[in-house]
Design a protein around this ligand. Structure first.
Ligand SMILES: [Cu+2]
Length: 327
């Protein structure tokens, strides 16, 4: 290999390695929410997601090594065995050792991927005894969360630019200011004017909801997922939890959150016009906070329940950090 060629291969290898390492750098991924310029998965908050992240990293490393190996081989063949450098080609058609190697090595690679993959599948489908059971019902376009044992339901609707502005200005002033606008003009005005309010209210645009659901930390949560109308999907990336919501059927997913905070998810199956308007927010809190929150829900006071979550400094600190990052 000539010096110049070696230099080019080295630069390409370094670039690939930088991309591969970038994918696993925690600074680029958010906990419980996506972040600007994110390359890898969202940070993990459950043992299942730990396992998913490990498998993701393992497969990424294997892919990177294979790509670099094939790249080096191709470059080598192009330069070392072209007509000019190698005028009399070898007539070899078989090489037993090589043939055995290129059969065995891929098998070993597949086994190395299959073992952790089956282990993960087994864990995902082995349901622990549930401490909290939530029935998540997809509707076009919002989520209802029914706490099966406590017989309470939390309905989560997305917060829009308009909602923040109406709350800030009051109904009358809002109508006076925006009543004459329509279409894109109205949309742009609402977007621009509401931008500072998102930060002020400590909410994340397109991800925050009016009524969040809460679960206690370090407890097993089983979510039964179904739908009232079309196919949706209940998914919270940091929990490694994702399940189709099919009308007439109930599927289940489980997670055990080990970190306190706010965890954002979304409907992940295209379900219609407002598919993007059905986020999920799960607040992971200490058991006592959860009990007080549940008490408020049982007293049919959804507003107070949300205030309890907003006043919980432990999980609120995490969301404030997220808001600061997102702006
Ligand atoms: Cu959807």
């Amino acid at each position: 290999m000539s010096k110049r060629m070696f230099g080019a291969v080295a630069v390409m290898a370094a670039a690939c390695l930088a991309i591969a390492l970038g994918g696993v750098t925690p600074a680029l991924a958010g906990l419980g929410q996506p972040s600007q310029g994110q390359l890898g998965l969202q940070l993990s908050a459950t043992p299942l997601m730990d396992e998913i992240s490990r498998l993701f990293d393992l497969v990424n490393i294997i892919i990177t090594v294979i790509v670099l190996f094939v790249l080096v081989l191709m470059v080598w063949v192009m330069f070392r065995f072209n007509e000019k450098s190698n005028p009399t080609p070898s007539r070899t058609t078989h090489h037993t050792l090589l043939e055995v190697a290129w059969t065995i090595v891929p098998i070993l690679i597949l086994v190395a991927i299959a073992l952790p993959s089956f282990h993960l599948l087994f864990n995902q489908y082995t349901f622990p005894k549930a401490d909290v059971t939530i029935k998540a019902i997809g509707d076009a376009w919002f989520w209802e969360h029914e706490y099966v044992d406590d017989k309470v339901t939390v309905t989560s609707n997305i917060i829009n630019d308009e909602d923040l502005l109406r709350a800030k200005l009051g109904e009358e002033a809002f109508d006076k200011k925006y009543g004459a606008l329509e279409g894109a003009e109205l949309h742009n005005a609402l977007y621009t004017d509401s931008l500072p309010l998102w930060k002020e209210d400590k909410k994340i645009r397109r991800l925050s909801v009016d009524r969040e659901i809460a679960v206690p930390v370090n407890k097993n949560v089983v979510v039964l997922v179904t739908s009232n109308d079309v196919i949706h999907q209940w998914a919270v990336p940091s929990f490694g939890a994702k399940q189709q919501a099919v009308p007439g059927r109930t599927a289940a997913v489980w997670f055990k959150p080990t970190k306190i905070g706010s965890f954002f998810g979304q409907c992940m199956v295209l379900c219609g016009k407002l598919h993007s308007a059905m986020p999920i927010v799960v607040r992971v809190v200490e058991q006592p906070v959860y009990d007080v929150w549940m008490g408020a829900l049982k007293a049919k006071d959804g507003k107070k329940a949300q205030e309890i979550l907003d006043a919980d400094t432990a999980s609120q600190a995490v969301i404030e950090q997220s808001v600061a990052q997102a702006q």
